[in-house]
Design a protein around this ligand. Structure first.
Ligand SMILES: C[S@@+](CC[C@H](N)C(=O)[O-])C[C@H]1O[C@@H](n2cnc3c(N)ncnc32)[C@H](O)[C@@H]1O
Length: 614
C-alpha cells in the first residue's frame, strides 16, 4: 500500500487513545503529559542541555499524538533567553488523522497554545518526509512517515537527544528490533542522551551492544524503572557524515544569486531560519525571468508505482502547498487532470489502483483525476511575498567567487546559485538543456473562480485573467522569444481545453510570453552542495574503468545550487529552499539519503565518468 497504514484507534473513557492493533495506550493513563516530562524531557537532561548548541535536535521513535513534541516545545518556549533553534524529528508508521490528534490533545488545555499550532499545520497523510516550521518559536518538526524499518535508515538526522516511545516492546517488536540500535547510534551527535519508559532486557542489551551506556532509574507512576542512556561516541565513528553544527556564532550570512522562484524560496527558508540573506538579481524588479508568467500552476506529478523518485516529487509538492498556503498571490484550486494520451491514461489507472495521496488530496473523476490541493499562483505577488524581510539588490550583476565565498568582494558564509537557465554558462558540466515555454493570456470580460484544467497543456483562470499553454520546445540559445508556431500550438490546445475562451481570444487581445526552462537530462532538479568538479574528476577517475569509488564527493565549501527545475519551478522551489537551509545550518534534512543522491548536482558528472564522457 502506498498510503500509510492507519492505527486502529480506540478511546478509553478518560480520553486516552489506544491502538487496537497492538492493544497498547499511546501514553500513560495516569498522566501522559507528566510522563512525557519525567521520562523523556528530564531523562534527556532538558531543558539544561538546550544551551549546548545553536541548533538542538531531538529525535523520537513514534510520533503518535505529538504529546512528547508538544511538552518539549512548551518547555522550549519557556526558555525565553534561548537564541537557538529546536529541531524535532519523529518517525511514525501509522499516522493519526488531524481530528484524532486534536481530540487526544484536548485533554491538556495547558498545551493549547502549541497544540493548536500543530493541528493547524498537521501534515497530509502520505509516506515520506514532511517538514513544518514555526519560525516565531524557532521550532521545526521533521516527520518521517512510513514503517520504521524503511524510514530510519533513510533519515538524515544527528540528534542530541532520543526519545524511544514505540509502544511496549512485548506488544510491538518491530519498533524495538535489534537492527534499530546501530541506526539510532549512527544518528547521535556527540554527547547525545537517550530516554525510554521501558527497561525490557532486549532493549537494554541492544543499546549496550550498539555502544550506548545504559542505566536504570526510578520510573514514572506505576512503572518501577525507566532507562536513561548516553552516547559516548561521535558521528565520525558511525560512518555517517557529520553535519556542521557548533555553538551559535551569530546568523549565517548567505548570498543568493537569482531572485526567481528558486532564489526567492531559498531566501524565505533561510530568512525564517534566522540567516542574514542578501539576494542579487540582474533584473530591475521581481518576476521578470522564467518565473514571471502572470499565472502559474502547482500540481503533483503522481507516478504509477511507489519508489524513491515518486516519493520525492510528492514531498516537494506537499512542501510547496505548505509554503504557499496563505501567502499573497496563492490560491487553492481543484485541478482537473485529463490524461494526454493512452499511455498516460494507463498510468492514471495504475496509480489510482494504489494511490499515494488520500481522498482529501486526490480523487478519480470521469475522464481523469482531480488534484484537490493544487495551487494557482500569481508570481508577481507571490515572489515579493517570499522575499519579504530579505535584502534584495535588483539590477546588480553579481560576481561571485565561490571558493572565496565572496560576491563582488563582499564576504559570506554561504552562496546559493539560483540563476535558472543562466546557470548553464557557469556549470557546463551539468549539461543543462533549455526548453522554451510559451504561454498566452487575455483579460476576460467575465470574472471566474479559480480554475485549472490540464491535459498536457493547461488552461488557468483567476479573476478576469485567462492563461493557457505552455509549449515545451528546444531552446537553441540567446534570449527567449515569442514564436507564431508556439502561439498556434497553444491555440490548438485551448480549443480542446476551453473552447469558450477561444471565442474570446479570437476577438480580444492575446499577449504571449516565453521563458527558458533549464532541464537536466533526467528532468529532475539540482539541489544541494556544489561539487568541486576538477577535484571530482580526479577522485572518481576509477569510474571510467568500471571501478567502484566510495570516496566522498569533493565540494566547494559553502557553495550550493538550486536549479534545473524544468517546467516545475514552483513545485520544486520551496522544497529546495528547505533542503538548502538545512544544509547551511546543519539541521535535519527534509530529504532522505537516497533522495539527496537523486537530486545531487554532481550526478551528471558521475554518469559522464561512467560512460567515459568526462
Ligand atoms: C506509544 S505511541 C507514541 C506516543 C507519542 N510519542 C505521543 O507523544 O503521543 C507509539 C507510536 O509508534 C508508532 N509505531 C508503532 N510501530 C511502528 C513501526 N513499525 N514503524 C513506525 N511507527 C510505529 C505507533 O503508530 C505510535 O504512534
Amino acid at each position: 500500500m502506498r498510503l500509510p497504514a492507519r492505527p486502529k484507534l480506540e478511546w478509553k473513557q478518560d480520553g486516552t487513545p489506544v491502538d487496537g492493533r497492538v492493544d497498547d495506550v499511546y501514553y500513560s493513563v495516569e498522566d501522559g503529559l507528566a510522563e512525557a516530562r519525567a521520562v523523556f524531557l528530564a531523562g534527556c537532561g532538558l531543558p539544561e542541555r538546550f544551551a549546548e548548541k545553536a541548533g538542538f535536535t531531538v529525535a523520537e521513535l513514534g510520533f503518535g499524538t505529538g504529546l512528547n513534541f508538544l511538552a518539549l516545545w512548551q518547555m522550549w518556549r519557556a526558555e525565553t533567553a534561548q537564541t537557538g533553534w529546536l529541531n524535532f524529528v519523529s518517525f511514525e508508521g501509522f499516522p493519526m488523522d488531524r481530528e484524532d490528534v486534536s481530540r487526544a490533545l484536548s485533554t491538556w488545555p495547558e498545551l493549547a497554545q502549541v497544540s493548536e499550532k500543530l493541528v493547524e499545520k498537521y501534515p497530509a497523510c502520505a509516506k515520506g518526509v514532511h517538514q513544518i516550521s514555526w519560525p516565531e518559536d524557532r521550532v521545526t518538526l521533521t516527520l518521517h512517515i512510513g514503517d520504521i524499518a524503511e524510514t530510519l535508515p533513510a533519515a538524515q538526522v544527528f540528534a542530541d537527544a532520543w526519545f524511544l516511545d514505540g509502544f511496549s516492546p512485548a506488544k510491538n517488536e518491530a519498533m524495538w528490533d535489534d537492527s534499530l540500535w546501530p541506526l539510532v547510534a549512527a544518528r547521535c551527535a556527540r554527547g547525545a542522551r537517550l530516554a525510554t519508559f521501558t527497561v525490557a532486557g532486549d532493549v537494554r542489551r541492544g543499546l549496550s551492544t550498539a555502544g550506548f551506556e545504559v542505566r536504570k532509574v526510578p520510573g514514572f507512576g506505576r512503572k518501577r524503572h525507566r532507562l536513561e542512556s548516553n552516547w559516548p561516541g561521535s558521528q565520525a565513528e558511525t560512518g555517517l557524515v557529520a553535519t556542521r553544527n557548533g555553538p551559535e556564532t551569530g546568523p549565517k550570512r548567505v548570498a543568493i544569486i537569482g531572485a526567481g522562484i528558486a532564489g526567492a524560496s531559498a531566501a524565505r527558508f533561510l530568512h525564517q531560519r534566522g540567516a542574514d540573506v542578501t539576494v542579487f538579481d540582474r533584473a530591475s524588479g521581481p518576476a521578470q525571468g522564467t518565473s514571471g508568467n502572470p499565472l502559474a500552476l502547482v500540481m503533483p506529478r503522481l507516478d504509477a508505482v511507489d519508489g524513491e523518485e515518486a516519493r520525492l516529487v510528492l514531498s516537494a509538492y506537499l512542501a510547496a502547498q505548505r509554503c504557499y498556503d496563505g501567502l499573497p498571490g496563492a490560491q487553492r484550486v481543484d485541478v482537473t487532470h485529463r490524461p494526454r494520451d493512452e499511455t498516460e491514461a494507463q498510468r492514471f489507472e495504475k496509480m489510482l489502483f494504489d494511490p499515494p495521496l488520500g481522498l482529501d488530496q486526490l480523487e478519480a473523476i470521469a475522464g481523469g483525476v482531480l488534484h484537490k490541493g493544487g495551487l494557482l499562483l500569481r508570481p508577481a505577488e507571490l515572489i515579493p511575498a517570499l522575499l519579504d524581510g530579505v535584502e534584495v539588490r535588483w539590477a546588480s550583476e553579481a560576481v561571485p567567487d565561490l571558493s572565496a565565498r565572496t560576491v563582488g568582494g563582499e564576504q559570506f558564509d554561504a552562496i546559493v546559485l539560483a540563476t535558472g537557465w543562466q546557470m548553464q554558462e557557469a556549470l557546463p558540466w551539468a549539461r543543462l538543456s533549455g526548453r522554451a515555454g510559451q504561454v498566452e493570456w487575455l483579460n476576460s470580460e467575465v470574472e471566474a473562480p479559480p480554475f485549472a484544467l490540464t491535459g498536457g497543456h493547461y488552461a488557468l483562470a483567476s479573476g478576469y485573467q485567462r492563461l493557457w499553454g505552455a509549449t515545451y520546445g528546444p531552446h537553441t540559445g540567446g534570449e527567449a522569444s515569442v514564436s507564431d508556431g508556439a502561439r498556434r500550438e497553444n491555440a490548438q490546445a485551448l480549443q480542446d481545453l476551453a473552447p469558450y475562451w477561444w471565442q474570446e481570444a479570437k476577438a480580444g487581445t492575446v499577449q504571449s510570453r516565453t521563458g527558458v526552462r533549464a532541464t537536466m537530462t533526467d528532468f529532475l532538479p539540482m539541489i544541494g552542495p556544489m561539487p568541486d568538479v576538477a577535484a571530482l574528476l580526479e577522485s572518481h577517475a576509477g569510474l571510467r574503468h568500471g571501478q567502484r569509488v566510495d570516496a566522498p564527493i569533493p565540494l566547494i565549501e559553502g557553495a550550493y545550487i538550486a536549479g534545473g527545475f524544468g517546467s516545475r519551478g514552483f513545485t520544486w522551489g520551496p522544497w529546495a529552499g528547505a533542503i538548502l537551509a538545512a544544509h547551511i545550518h546543519g539541521d535535519p534534512q527534509p530529504i532522505t539519503f537516497a533522495g539527496q543522491a537523486i537530486v545531487a548536482p554532481e550526478r551528471q558528472v558521475l554518469r559522464d565518468l561512467k560512460r567515459g564522457k568526462a
